[in-house]
Design a protein around this ligand. Structure first.
Ligand SMILES: Cc1cc2nc3c(=O)[nH]c(=O)nc-3n(C[C@H](O)[C@H](O)[C@H](O)COP(=O)(O)OP(=O)(O)OC[C@H]3O[C@@H](n4cnc5c(N)ncnc54)[C@H](O)[C@@H]3O)c2cc1C
Length: 368
């Protein structure tokens, strides 16, 4: 089946917080879905079957009270939610209502497989190839998040383990850990949250981190937030992989960290050196017996489909400034690096659209 690509001005890839923010701002500035035949057009493509971005996949115990201050999408407040409601129910419903309200017409499930240049003209068009047709476009706003790229560091002997290994990506609930001896790997927010909840049912929890936690008990001030984001901003400008948020924010002393401490399980051990059938081998030579290894080792940007653009630096990242690729200015990366938070994603969506509109000198039009 060979179909000629559909022409649009902007393709937004991904309908999570970042992609929907971009779509909202495109609408505001008078861009329309192609079927409305506006002067300027956009389309949002999303690989998931349902609205909600990564929120629809997150584990059941992530409640509205335990998410870290999510930020609503632009122009439409999150309806008041019970703090005990599951984030994976509340937020996808909100995203669905949002798409309806602004008539964003997300196409799904449509998975982007490759983005490439149509020709050598730097002002020319980009071709977005998917499992459901292709689009020829002037700009791509990539908002694909990280959820689909769980990161598992390689440790010798990993394949030899007789127990179960899983990543937070595949965590469902603590029930699967009842009576088990569990090793939890990682120093981030998810690791401490899951340590605290699994400790209630497991026979043993053993927490390992690559580095010593550096607990930040003070208020998370605006100044410290800005400083942290500046660090990530600089990394992505230089084309380094964005790195984990923890590497710049330090380890926050959250209520679940406090709770884990009260249960006596907030005891961190150094990273093991290898994995054996019955457990993990510690640097001091002892074997720590385990039935389950839970890798809470984070996620990486989902950008494999951008490979044909050849933007990857030797350091393994893309050079991005203010959400725009330095080496391919027709490409924006939002929810990437410093904008990898709900508030950051909102702003990055707005800024990407502003930059495109500036390029095209499009006039803003009010929302209908
Ligand atoms: C467990 C967890 C908890 C978090 N909690 C918070 C929190 O409390 N507060 C906060 O600010 N941040 C939190 N974050 C960070 C969070 O990732 C961001 O805040 C934000 O939700 C991410 O939005 P996004 O739009 O960038 O990505 P996503 O929500 O991941 O959306 C990306 C979309 O792109 C689609 N997609 C991916 N690849 C393709 C492709 N090739 N083709 C087409 N579509 C594709 C996906 O289907 C998805 O719908 C959390 C992250 C994790 C992992």
């Amino acid at each position: 089946m060979s179909m000629s690509p559909e022409n649009v001005d902007v393709v937004v890839i991904g309908a999570g917080q970042a992609g929907l923010s971009a779509a909202y701002h495109l609408r505001r500035r008078g861009y329309t879905p192609p079927e409305e035949r506006g002067e300027r057009t956009f389309v949002v493509l999303d690989a998931d079957a349902e609205p909600g971005g990564a929120w629809q996949h997150r584990w059941a115990s992530l409640h509205m009270a335990t998410v870290n201050g999510i930020h609503e999408l632009p122009g439409f407040p999150v309806p008041p939610a019970d703090p005990n409601a599951q984030a994976r129910d509340v937020l996808p419903r909100y995203f669905a209502a949002y798409e309806d309200r602004f008539d964003l017409r997300v196409r799904r499930p449509v998975r982007v497989q490759a983005v490439r240049r149509v020709d050598a003209d730097p002002q020319g068009r980009l071709l977005v190839e998917t499992d459901h047709g292709s689009w020829s476009t002037r700009y791509v706003i990539n908002a694909t998040g990280t959820w689909t790229q769980p990161y598992w560091p390689y440790v010798a002997g990993r394949e030899s383990f007789d127990g179960v290994q899983l990543h937070t990506h595949d965590y469902v609930s603590r029930d699967a850990f009842a009576g088990k001896r569990v090793v939890i790997v990682g120093g981030g927010v998810s690791a401490t949250q899951l340590l605290n909840e699994i400790a209630d049912v497991a026979a043993d929890v053993f927490w390992v981190t690559r580095r010593e936690p550096d607990w930040q008990r003070g208020e998370w001030t605006t100044a410290s937030r800005i400083e942290a984001l500046d660090g990530v901003e600089q990394r992505v400008r230089e084309g380094l992989p964005p790195g984990s948020v923890i590497s710049v924010t330090g380890d926050r002393w959250t209520p679940w960290v406090q709770s884990a401490q009260e249960k006596g399980v907030l005891v961190h051990h150094p990273m093991f050196t290898s994995i054996e059938p019955d457990g993990v081998r510690m640097p001091d030579g002892t074997l720590h017996a385990a039935d389950v290894i839970l890798w809470a080792t984070g996620f990486r940007p989902a950008i494999a489909h951008l490979a044909p653009l050849g933007l990857r630096t030797p350091a393994g990242g893309l050079r991005v400034e203010n959400g725009r690729s330095i080496d391919e200015p027709r490409l924006f990366l939002i929810g990437y690096g410093p904008s990898q938070s709900t508030i950051g994603a909102n702003r990055a969506g707005r800024d990407a659209v502003r930059a495109i509109a500036r390029d095209e000198a499009a006039e803003p039009v009010p929302v209908g």
